[in-house]
Design a protein around this ligand. Sequence first.
Ligand SMILES: Cc1cc2nc3c(=O)[nH]c(=O)nc-3n(C[C@H](O)[C@H](O)[C@H](O)COP(=O)(O)OP(=O)(O)OC[C@H]3O[C@@H](n4cnc5c(N)ncnc54)[C@H](O)[C@@H]3O)c2cc1C
Length: 424
Amino acid sequence: MSEVHQNNPLNPSSNGAQIRTVDIAVVGGGIAGKACALGLAQLGLQTIEIAPDLGQAVPAPQGDQWGQRIYAFSPSTQKLLAHLQIWDAIDHSRMQPVRDMRIFGDRGGESDQLHLSAFEAGTPQLAWIGESNLIEHTLDQASRFQNKLERISDVVQQLALDEDGARLQLKNGGNIRAKLVIAADGANSPIRSELGISATEESYSQNAVVANWVCTRAHLETAYQWFLPGGDIVAMLPLPNQQVSMVWSTSLENAAELIKLDQATWTQRLSNIADGAIIKQLGALTLNSAPATFPLRRIRANRFIGPEENPKVVLIGDAAHVMHPLAGQGLNLGLRDVTTLLNILGKRESFRQANDKVLLRRYERQRQGDTSALLWVTDKLKKLFSATSSTERQLRNWGLGIVNRSHFMKRRLIERALGDIDFE
Ligand SMILES: Cc1cc2nc3c(=O)[nH]c(=O)nc-3n(C[C@H](O)[C@H](O)[C@H](O)COP(=O)(O)OP(=O)(O)OC[C@H]3O[C@@H](n4cnc5c(N)ncnc54)[C@H](O)[C@@H]3O)c2cc1C
């Protein structure tokens, strides 16, 4: 996107192309954008979704080859997907419930660990682990049958805002007039920057290396996470078919090296972690997907709506916030943005249009607490476990044991992980 014009009268298209008029334009074709566009159309709002990768539906993942992008989905995400009527359409043979989480400190002490259990929390599971393309595929299928939703494979090049809404000019020459624009255009959100919404941004100087493994011992429906001396974090998330999905957060140099390893060297590296704890827990591991790396950073947009005086744009998902994956919550948080927006627009007073600033400000207020709290906790945990002083080392390992012995603190942690949000 190259330009945003504010307070310009919206002229008919200068290049003569026809202007399509809709209630909402959703920009972005990630899971947040797809879920939001489907939900808005289900509310009866005429919606257009625009993203460069919407030309073809994502194929359903099949067979033994599992997708590279694996996510932990919280119960709040499950509720949203159920509300959109796609949860039951998902191929559940490719989804793994997580009944337990075990988190280990970096001293190797018996008590330096935290165990969270669905049984103790009185919930069927703490999370689900599944492939990104499985969810995207199911969202694509549902979107095809939604007659209030049109999808365009294109890129937004220019955004002009006025009193009544926005006009979006697309790279391929199309023009769209919308009352409200939803920016679901990812961490580098061109819409966020073009609107001049500032963001607090920090690189963790780490990359995540992800890969799927077949393990010889049962994972016991447990998600494991090891904090390692020096700031590395290794998570092994359970998958169906005796597999685990690894997320290894490590220095840029180590990530560049890991991505090139052959099977034998990987086995050796994994055996060295936490005195062999991974291998003791999961047995021998065989690589089942090509490893991939992702940069890790924290971003928080300072506003979730814009422009300030007369907002016509709402930020959702990574366009609004990005966090370290140690808690597996980034997308879940983005989907809670979607739930909040659908709640607010679905329950709006009959005299309010979808772009009424009272509604948009309501959205922003409601998303601030959840976002700030999760970003803060994730960031502080990451930094506490990267610190090298012996005091901090003692503190963090001692802290794990303290939380582990406190039912109250565990309950609060689980409530946060479940993502306490519902449809009104
Ligand atoms: C290693 C790792 C592990 C993770 N694990 C988890 C996890 O277990 N659980 C969890 O909840 N989260 C997890 N996350 C976070 C999660 O990956 C992100 O939060 C999520 O993918 C963001 O989705 P999104 O739809 O907001 O953005 P994106 O998926 O980035 O989508 C952005 C979309 O916008 C489109 N776009 C951009 N510019 C334009 C434009 N000008 N015009 C039109 N379209 C445009 C792009 O093409 C794309 O379709 C993890 C992240 C990492 C790095």
